[in-house]
Design a binder for this molecule. Structure first.
Ligand code: TIU
Length: 238
């Protein structure tokens, strides 16, 4: 059984079981984060998301060094758009929508430059990437099956945006029996007030959907794992 480390969190300490825990980085895609991408084209302030890049980089480095399972998601659709609900395509009444030519290729279409993950957090070949057509990472994906195969019971959830894809995924995970820890400095929203409320909703009512902390105590716990020699890779070369 995995050693359990207590991570300071709200509404109370999160009992971290490293070898039953996966890091799930949500939708750190160029079109959402990069200046000149789809997000900015819609008038959003991408700096609100870009502040999460450095903390995620530090966490991912520590996570990889501990040999634990890291996974990434990307929101997007098949090039033929067969998995794009017409209601999603129409939403927003924008002149340019999903599937149309955008600043970094076709918007939210798999294989296009803007759909891919930013260079700073690019997945390693051993790290599963979940391509999801919805906001939640469990909807119409093999995420749950992969987690079950690896014996995962807990998720550390980071990425963007706090109130949309992060919140939806945490709610889906909670209903499937996973314990979720969301890291405040590693999640972001174009709207600071939604970010704040999105985190409050997770930890309210005794942690109705999960726990909220930040990357620092988790990185410290990961470093301590390495020092105690208790960390053994369960993904690398598996
Ligand atoms: N990844 C994700 O959150 N997708 C979105 O569309 N987010 C918005 O906040 N729009």
């Amino acid at each position: 059984m995995s050693k359990v480390a207590k991570i300071a969190a709200e509404p109370y300490a999160f009992e971290f079981a490293p070898h039953q825990c996966a890091l799930l980085i949500i939708d750190m895609q160029r079109d959402f984060l990069e200046p000149g991408g789809f997000g900015e084209m819609l008038g959003n302030d991408v700096s609100q998301l870009r502040r999460t890049i450095e903390p995620n980089k530090r966490l991912l480095a520590a996570w990889r060094a501990a040999g634990l399972l890291a996974m990434h998601t990307r929101e997007g659709h098949r090039p033929d758009l067969a998995d794009l609900p017409p209601a999603k395509k129409a939403r927003g009444r924008s002149a340019t929508t999903i599937g149309d030519a955008g600043p970094m290729g076709r918007i939210l279409v798999r294989g296009e430059p803007g759909h891919d993950i930013i260079a700073e957090l690019y997945p390693e070949p051993s790290e599963p990437v979940i391509d999801k057509p919805g906001k939640g990472a469990f909807h119409a994906t093999d995420l749950h099956a992969i987690l079950q195969h690896r014996g995962v019971k807990q998720l550390v959830v980071t990425g963007v945006t706090t109130e949309v894809c992060v919140n939806t995924t945490v709610r889906e995970a909670n209903d499937r029996g996973y314990e979720c820890l969301v890291l405040e400095d590693c999640v972001g929203s174009y709207f600071p007030e939604f970010h704040a409320m999105g985190l409050k909703m997770i930890k309210a009512q005794g942690g109705i959907f999960g726990w909220v902390s930040n990357s620092e105590p988790l990185i410290e716990a990961l470093a301590a794992l390495g020092e105690s020699g208790s960390s053994k890779p369960h993904t690398k070369g598996a």
